[in-house]
Design a protein around this ligand. Structure first.
Ligand code: ATP
Ligand code: MG
Length: 246
């Protein structure tokens, strides 16, 4: 039996009349790379927002490592070991790359005694995400897309997560830049970090995820291996249009 790290139990999130997430049961297993896909507006980002405490669901429960974290504050959930990145990179644009990464220390699980130690840790993490270290003092607003994504990932990693939620890490990347992000996620996997990754890019998600969950109008319509999902009739109808060829 695989061990569950995160579980949502019949989660419902509504915005006025609109049901953005409808009775979703999600199981994320320890150590896996789980992909979450579906058309625009399917509820993917909303589900991540419920998991990390940005939204409180109207119904249902969220359990992280068997603790009921439903409706807890994002800071609390982050301290427990759940980090995330955003669909549109959210960096402090006037702060340097290094300062952005260091800001992660304030929200994380690590207890660091001083500034020097925090800086050392930040620089190591920047190295891990292969950020060009000579640019560490450049303001984040003037970095390119890949560099911004690396910095946002480094900041999330500095909180020392056991689960990381990545919302469209491949968006804005050129086809030649995709392998960079795939490689980074695989490196996280080797480190033992569990990953829940949302993305639209089929080439990316089919390559990086070990298992996929498909949302459509807020409901889970399928889950399985990338191979199973690629030829799933309901998924083809709702999302893929035709069978995905590897
Ligand atoms: N804060 C909000 N207020 C009102 N409606 C919202 C809000 N956030 C999301 N929605 C709506 O909820 C539905 C789900 O949106 P969500 O952003 O979760 O979709 P998504 O699957 O992430 O889509 P995309 O692939 O475009 O990022 C959409 O219909 C969206 O318009
Ligand atoms: Mg989204």
């Amino acid at each position: 039996m695989e061990e569950t790290i995160l579980r949502t139990d019949n989660v419902v999130k509504r915005f006025r009349g609109l049901v953005a997430v409808n009775k979703v049961n999600l199981n994320v297993f320890k150590g896996e790379i789980l992909g979450l896909v579906g058309p625009n507006g399917a509820g993917k980002t909303t589900l991540l927002n419920v998991i990390n405490g940005i939204y409180k669901p109207e119904e249902g429960k969220v359990y992280f490592e068997d603790e009921d974290i439903t409706g807890k504050k994002p800071e609390y959930i982050c301290k427990k070991g759940v980090a995330r990145t955003f669909q549109i990179t959210r960096l402090f644009v006037n702060m340097t790359a290094l300062e952005n990464v260091m800001s992660g220390i304030m929200f994380g699980r690590k207890e660091l005694s001083d500034f020097k130690e925090a800086k050392k840790s930040a620089l190591e993490t920047m190295q891990f995400v292969e950020f060009p270290v000579e640019k560490r003092d450049v303001v984040a607003g003037s970095l390119n897309v890949v560099e911004m994504k690396r910095i946002e990932l480094a900041r999330a990693l500095l909180t020392d997560p056991s689960l990381i939620l990545l919302d469209e890490p491949a968006t804005g990347l050129t086809p030649s830049e995709l392998p960079i992000m795939i490689n980074l996620i695989n490196k996280l996997h080797e480190k033992g970090v569990t990953t829940l990754v949302v993305d639209h890019n089929m080439r990316f998600i089919m390559n990086v995820a070990q298992r996929l969950v498909v949302l459509h109008y807020g409901e889970k319509i399928a889950e399985g291996t990338p191979k199973e999902i690629a030829s799933n009739e309901a998924v083809i109808k709702a999302y893929l249009g035709k069978k995905y060829i590897f």
